[in-house]
Design a binder for this molecule. Structure first.
Ligand code: MG
Length: 126
């Protein structure tokens, strides 16, 4: 099953979403900052998809997107943020995000988006 890394400074959201994703069979992990994200990836964990919060203290989600892009990281990103506005969505897409979901998220909608993005990844591999 695909592995998903949740990146959000909201600890409650992380634990709830991780539980929801684990329950339906994804291999879900969470971290609470940009630095933890790269520590996690550098420790050798294979991650198919990142669910990324844009608004985090210190280094934000755009920093994570920029760093993933500069590393040419082989991972899909869905941006998940309370600050859903057109400009954020466009900026995220320019930096390589595959999709955009606004918080509070609807789990079924999120799941459809996750499946769609992971399916696209498979199609690219074939
Ligand atoms: Mg946040």
């Amino acid at each position: 099953m695909e592995s998903i890394l949740i990146v959000d400074d909201d600890i409650n959201l992380c634990s709830l979403l991780k539980e929801e994703l684990n329950e339906i069979g994804y291999d879900a992990y969470s971290v609470n900052s940009a630095d933890e994200t790269f520590a996690f990836l550098d420790s050798g964990h294979l991650v198919d998809l990142i669910l990324l919060d844009l608004k985090m203290p210190e280094k934000d989600g755009f920093y994570v997107l920029e760093t993933l892009k500069s590393r040419k990281a082989d991972v899909r990103v869905i941006v998940l943020t309370a600050y859903a506005d057109v400009k954020s969505a466009i900026d995220s897409a320019k930096l390589g995000a595959s999709d955009f979901i606004s918080k509070p998220y609807d789990f079924d909608e999120l799941l459809i988006t996750i499946r769609k993005v992971l399916q696209k990844e498979k199609e690219h591999e074939d």
